[in-house]
Design a protein around this ligand. Structure first.
Ligand SMILES: O=P(O)(O)O[C@H]1O[C@H](CO)[C@@H](O)[C@H]1O
Ligand SMILES: O=c1cc[nH]c(=O)[nH]1
Length: 235
């Protein structure tokens, strides 16, 4: 057991998918994994391990925001020896050509979070995806009926914003979409020498103010989850 996870050693696979929402973890376990069992209910942050195409894979809720992601990512890597972490999240599109249900592969992460400042003290660190996971995920999207965008995302500590200035600045510089966890995920993966990637489904379009409902969101995760699973079991 770790401070925030109730799993015994060996109950969590080397490969872990990380949705923000613990109920998305349950959904993935029930619909995509064989022989899935729940190893964590601490704080309602469900975690499951099962088989995908015969390969052990876990799916663990990460919660919302960098502090929550950093707790789960650290414990998964340090206490459970996880080697590959793929976030399966939602995001808000920041460019007009990106639509609801499109998929974003986060190659790099820009941020207003001070998570990296705590480590690098005044220097800008550029959190980046593991290239082998990124390439594999991109290959997985080809031939599927999905629009995929690869590039820089905006990781924010705010969902409800005091001002839209930063959002517009990042939009002007071609940043694709906003979410709340990838800075911590990529930075911790680099620190511990493991692989990480964020795959995001567009749940809202910030320029048009369109949003998926919870039910519509659930139905839209199918493609992202298949891409993530086929990516994480490779190699
Ligand atoms: O759908 P998840 O994975 O939680 O991701 C996005 O949704 C939450 C905000 O609604 C934040 O966690 C953000 O990053
Ligand atoms: O972090 C997020 C996720 C979806 N939509 C947003 O505006 N922000």
């Amino acid at each position: 057991m770790s401070r925030h996870l109730g799993a015994k050693k060996g109950e969590i696979a080397e490969r872990v998918l990380l949705p923000g929402d613990p109920l998305r973890a349950k959904f993935v376990a029930e619909h995509f994994l064989d022989e899935a069992y729940c190893y964590n209910e601490v704080r309602g942050m469900y975690g499951y391990t099962g088989l995908y195409k015969g390969v052990p894979v876990s799916v663990q809720g990460s919660g919302m925001g960098n502090p929550s992601m950093s707790i789960y990512a650290t414990e998964l890597i340090v206490d459970y020896e996880v080697k590959k972490l793929v976030r399966i999240g939602t995001c808000g599109a920041m460019q007009k050509e990106i639509n609801i249900r499109d998929i974003i592969l986060a190659q790099a992460v820009s941020s207003d979070s001070n998570m990296t400042e705590k480590i690098f003290h005044g220097c800008n660190y550029a959190p980046t995806a593991d290239f082998s996971l990124l390439m594999k995920a991109y290959q997985e999207t080809q031939g599927k009926d999905v629009n995929v965008f690869v590039g820089n995302i905006y990781n924010s500590d705010e969902f409800y914003r005091e001002t839209l200035d930063r959002l517009h600045k990042f939009m002007d510089f071609g940043v694709l979409a906003v979410e709340m966890e990838s800075t911590s995920l990529y930075t911790l993966a680099a620190k511990y020498g493991v692989k990480a990637l964020s795959i995001l489904t567009v749940g809202s379009q910030l320029l048009t103010q369109e949003h998926l409902t919870h039910q519509e969101s659930e139905q839209s995760f199918h493609e992202m989850v298949e891409i993530a699973l086929n990516t994480i079991i490779d190699g």
